[in-house]
Ligand binder design. Sequence first.
Ligand code: 5GP
Length: 194
Amino acid sequence: MKKGLLIILSGPSGVGKGAVKRILMEDSSLDLTYSISMTTRAPRHMEKDGVDYFFVDQETFQKNVDEGNLLEHVSFVGNSYGTPRDYVEKLRNEGKNVLLEIEVQGARQVLAKMHGDDIISIFLIPPSLGILEKRIRKRRTEPEEIIQARLKKARGELACKYNYKYIVLNDIVGRAAEEIKGIIRNSVANHQKS
Ligand code: 5GP
């Protein structure tokens, strides 16, 4: 059996990665498996442990870092996030195409370690910084200093777009998701042929 693709969906905070991810995961014809991250952030309303994230305390997270269990990990506006390595590898070895929805620093760590045609990296960009700020503020779940930290980080991250195989404009979420579906379908078809 062929090892599955690793599909990395990244982009600045507030660009709409989560919304695009949901549309991709709801399309059963794509048959993607989502890589559930580990985080020290508290669950938001309706979020479930083992579905949205593995919610852990800082000590458990650090233990996973120390034991080298994370493919990448970052500290992001006061919380830690990371991708469980074995979980992703196990799924790929079963032939599953795995989707990672992660922020830019973490994606950079993965792209520095993993190369080849079976790594599909996609960077979502906002139509403008002003629109990005509006999207971040619309969430209204965070205090002003966190919003400012997210915005500052986002500005720097936009410069990273050239490290990715694909750059997709998130003007309208449904359209951006359709474009990404096309990228994934083509990548899967090429991977099967190779
Ligand atoms: P949120 O707290 O809104 O769920 O996520 C904050 C940011 O962390 C988002 O940009 C999301 O893509 C990113 N993120 C979620 N899981 C991971 C992960 O495992 N690694 C990295 N590097 N970023 C992650």
